[in-house]
Write a protein that binds this ligand. Sequence first.
Ligand SMILES: [Ca+2]
Ligand SMILES: [Ca+2]
Length: 194
Amino acid sequence: MTVSCDPKWCADTNGDGFFDDSELEALFTKELEKVYNSENEEDDMVEMEEERLRMREHVMNEVDTNKDRLVSLSEFMAATQKEEFLEKDEWETLDQNPLYNEEELREYEQHLVNEENDITMKSVELQKQREELERKQEELSAQKLGLQQAVEEMERIKAEVKQPGVPVAEGGPGNSQRLPPAHQQQDVPVPGHS
Ligand SMILES: [Ca+2]
Ligand SMILES: [Ca+2]
């Protein structure tokens, strides 16, 4: 009838300007037929219908923002701008297991939040330990300084005590007096030698 219209919007078969449940379901036939083939015995057509309902509910939940079970043109446009909800990737078949289900993702997120809190707590704890260490380090330095001063003081006292007993002259002029030069002895004439 209408020659030019958006192929998607043409799925409004009764032309009331809204997609109802059955019109939405019809819209998924093309997508579903890519996955399920009625000629193929292995393909479960009951599963296909389940999938169709799942897709319909998904679209209704996502797109029917005023919850009147009808998708209006403006709702449809808003949704298509928001996300490519009719992209094939959006529809995982029941055969395909999603990598994570929502609960797992939430758990993982919670896990991440917990870990972050953990790290924050640990970093606070570490900071405290560091401050404590620095304080101890300062204490130690102060003690070391005190000890050094004490040692110096002791050495000074020791030196003072030693001082009076130490002989003043060592290797002074007295040496030549105590030890006469050897040649003097040789030069002395020995009586009765010649
Ligand atoms: Ca309609
Ligand atoms: Ca609506």
